[in-house]
Design a protein around this ligand. Structure first.
Ligand code: NDP
Length: 348
């Protein structure tokens, strides 16, 4: 099969469009014919290499797929050949103390499929293998390209805003990177709860997209003083929730923008991990700083109901053929894309 494989860490030039062996289903796995996959930032972290995290090389990235089941393992009962499915990318043992409490992301065996699993099992290929427990029905109202772009970012955002930060009607929610993969979902999930969204992005086109998705206020991070604008918009009170994933560059501003008793929830650090924290704000303002990582399958199923009902929509900014993966990752690394990039393999 054709796949995007890299054998060493580095820039986009290490990505090779090449032949790779077709996966075979283990007893509890299914094999999917990939109709579309989606680019996520973890593809880029895997390609660059992250200190302290082992990526098994050669590697096929890709943690989101929409496809058709073409093979099932001998023990599989929940899926049949021909089913149209998407993937929940959290892999865990499903037996331990944490897994049985619905806290699969704390499992000692927790891995993100296509990111830390390996060596060749991600979605950026014509076929992929995934544990049967990790697939769920593709929403019938979505194309494969649309469906592929939803699960990873949606489950992450649902956990961040709903399960962790308990977003409420009327909350001011400051969303960084609001036209990015997570951001477009954050706007929609916050609006679902009747919160007031302050969306931040770096171009007029992206701000227009944020407004279309329901953002109440839009700020250009290269033109506006974000802190002053948040103070103005909130009548001095500041944001109830700051939706963080941008890291070192934005973290000190996020702390400033947060109201007394407010909550920053973070799942990432695109601009750097070593952020400066003035801990006086933490205690004086009695702020809450929450970490969040992916989400469990139950959270994804809950969130997908709103996709099936049309209240949360996929935002596909670009559809590219599999062989243009380097271009896709470059677009993400240069913040040149609004919404998600869907990838289509040649035989889809
Ligand atoms: P995208 O590339 O789709 O979007 C990121 C957005 O961040 C860009 O659109 C850009 O918006 C903004 N951005 C980038 N650099 C800066 C900066 N220096 N200052 C302010 N804004 C910036 O990525 P995703 O939304 O998919 O992912 C974002 C991060 O979240 C990644 O680091 C990813 O690894 C992490 N993540 C973590 C998950 C978890 O479970 N732990 C799950 C999913 C993602 P603009 O230029 O318009 O402001």
């Amino acid at each position: 099969m054709k796949a995007i494989v890299f054998e060493q860490n580095g820039g986009c030039e290490v990505l090779r469009y090449t032949d790779a062996p077709e996966p075979k289903a283990g007893p509890n796995d299914v094999v999917l014919k990939v109709k579309a996959s989606a680019c996520n930032f973890n593809d880029i972290w895997a390609r660059r290499g992250l200190p302290g995290m082992k990526i098994i090389l050669p590697h096929i990235s890709g943690s989101d797929a929409a496809g058709v089941v073409v093979e099932i393992g001998s023990e599989v009962k929940n899926v049949k050949v021909g089913d149209e499915v998407v993937v929940h990318c959290g892999i865990s043992c499903r037996e331990c103390y944490y897994c049985t409490r619905g806290e699969e992301f704390f499992c000692h065996d927790f891995k993100i499929w296509g990111f830390q699993t390996g060596p060749l099992d991600g979605a950026h290929a014509e076929y992929c293998r995934v544990p049967a427990a990790n697939v769920l029905a593709k929403p019938v109202n979505l194309s494969f390209e649309e469906a592929a772009t939803v699960p990873l970012v949606l489950v992450t955002v649902w956990r961040m805003l709903v399960s962790r930060a308990h977003v409420q009607a009327g909350d001011f929610v400051l969303v960084w990177g609001a036209a990015g993969g997570l951001g477009v979902m954050a706007i929609q999930v916050a609006k679902l709860f009747n919160a007031r969204v302050i969306a931040v992005a770096s171009s007029d086109d992206k701000l227009e997209l944020c407004e279309k998705l329901g953002a109440d206020f839009v700020l250009h991070r290269k033109k506006h003083d974000i802190f002053q604008e948040v103070r103005r918009i909130t009548n001095g009170r500041r944001a109830d929730i700051v939706f963080e994933h941008t890291g070192a560059d934005t973290w000190p501003i996020s702390m400033q923008c947060l109201k007394w008793g407010g909550t920053i929830v973070t799942c990432g650090a695109t601009s750097g991990f070593a952020a400066q924290t003035d801990i006086r704000l933490l205690w004086n303002k009695q702020q809450n700083y929450l970490g969040s990582h992916l989400g469990n399958k139950g959270e994804l199923i809950e969130a997908m109901r709103f996709v099936e009902g049309g209240q949360i929509k996929p935002v596909v900014g670009e559809i590219l053929p599999l062989h243009e993966m380097a271009r896709a990752q470059h677009m993400m690394e240069t913040n040149a894309i609004g919404g998600k990039i869907a990838i289509v393999p040649p035989s889809a």
